[in-house]
Ligand binder design. Structure first.
Ligand SMILES: Nc1nc2c(ncn2[C@@H]2O[C@H](COP(=O)(O)OP(=O)(O)OP(=O)(O)O)[C@@H](O)[C@H]2O)c(=O)[nH]1
Ligand SMILES: [Mg+2]
Length: 307
């Protein structure tokens, strides 16, 4: 056969969009990475890790599935929270299939109830993925499943462990069987449509979330200011860690610069693995008092600025 671009001309391919929604910390980003088979979204033990919609691309036989990871849906208070909630619902509206993840260990939380009510209101059915079943008792899972199915918003139920991968392939097969016939949207080997600049900023933000405690992570954002491909195949990346207050700056920098150095080292190592090349990373810390009210910052994060 001639060298056709992508799978043009193929008649037996399918391509579908799938949104992953759920309360903060339910395991959406872990599931996304598992479905794609690579790390495209950052994962931490903290709530509200994901801020923007992240697309991951996975193949199942001749079906391409385009997954949209969304920020956890919770009660929005700050402007950034509102933008995140709006991104999550938008992601779901754009997709043919929506998977609602519920942390089985927590049972049905107030956040879950809020999401289910919203789905009932718009009369949308979604796929239920009861997550974190690893180490859980079957009878309590079945009771939870029965209770959730009384809500009438679920077309199908899957019991999964996004962390261990249990049940994920069955879910993927089901999503593939729901995908409409049609050509693929992306090359077969593409894993994400997130730009390298955003990915690099997310990697550093993950390290900030992992190393710094309490409110600090939520008061920070990371911006890739410059990206330069060097002739020797390496990249030079300059990033700014924005904090809201001068005192927070000191914490991010640490004694004699020790924290910043550690953050930079962890981020650089991961970038080198992800990008497959040497990385020269330069981190700066800047106090940008109202970054969470700054329109351009939202554009950089891929979020809409909502009033
Ligand atoms: N035991 C267990 N832990 C899990 C599982 N899936 C996710 N986790 C953990 O749950 C935490 C949250 O996972 P994330 O994937 O970041 O959750 P999220 O839904 O994307 O969170 P937000 O982006 O904050 O909305 C991490 O510590 C994960 O390792 C699972 O199947 N089993
Ligand atoms: Mg997430």
């Amino acid at each position: 056969m001639a060298n056709l671009p992508e799978n043009e001309g193929a008649e037996d391919t399918s391509c579908g969009f799938v949104a992953l929604i759920g309360a903060p910390n339910a395991g959406k980003s872990t599931l996304l990475n598992q479905l794609v088979g690579a790390k495209v979204a950052i994962v931490t033990h903290k709530v509200q890790t994901t801020r923007t919609r992240i697309t991951g691309i996975g193949m199942y036989e001749k079906t391409q599935l385009v997954f949209i990871d969304t920020p956890g849906i919770f009660e929005p208070k700050r402007r950034l929270d509102r933008a995140m909630v709006s991104a999550a619902w938008q992601g779901s509206a754009d997709a043919e299939n929506t998977v609602l993840l519920i942390d089985a260990r927590k049972g049905i939380t107030a956040d879950d109830e809020r999401i289910i009510k919203a789905l009932q209101k718009i009369e949308r059915t979604v796929i239920l993925a009861l997550n974190k079943i690893d180490g859980m008792r079957r009878d309590s899972l079945l009771a939870l499943m029965a209770k959730l199915n009384e809500t009438g918003v679920f077309s199908d139920t899957f019991l999964i462990s996004a962390l261990k991968g249990d049940g994920v392939n069955d879910l993927k097969a089901h999503l593939a069987s729901n995908a409409p016939k049609g050509p693929w949207m992306y090359p077969e080997d593409q894993l994400s449509d997130t730009t390298m600049r955003i990915l690099a900023a997310e990697i550093t933000r993950e390290k900030v979330y992992l190393r710094l405690h309490e409110e600090l992570p939520y008061a920070t954002t990371v911006e890739t200011e410059s990206w330069e491909d060097r002739p020797d195949g390496s990249v030079r990346i300059e990033q700014v860690v924005h904090v809201e207050r001068e005192t927070q700056k000191g914490i991010v920098i640490g004694k004699g610069g020790s924290m910043l150095k550690k953050l930079g080292q962890m981020a650089r190592e991961e970038m080198e693995t992800e990008f497959g090349c040497r990385v020269h990373l330069f981190l700066h810390v800047r106090t940008t008092e109202r970054w969470a009210d700054d329109k351009t910052m939202y554009q950089d994060m891929g979020l809409d600025f909502v009033d």
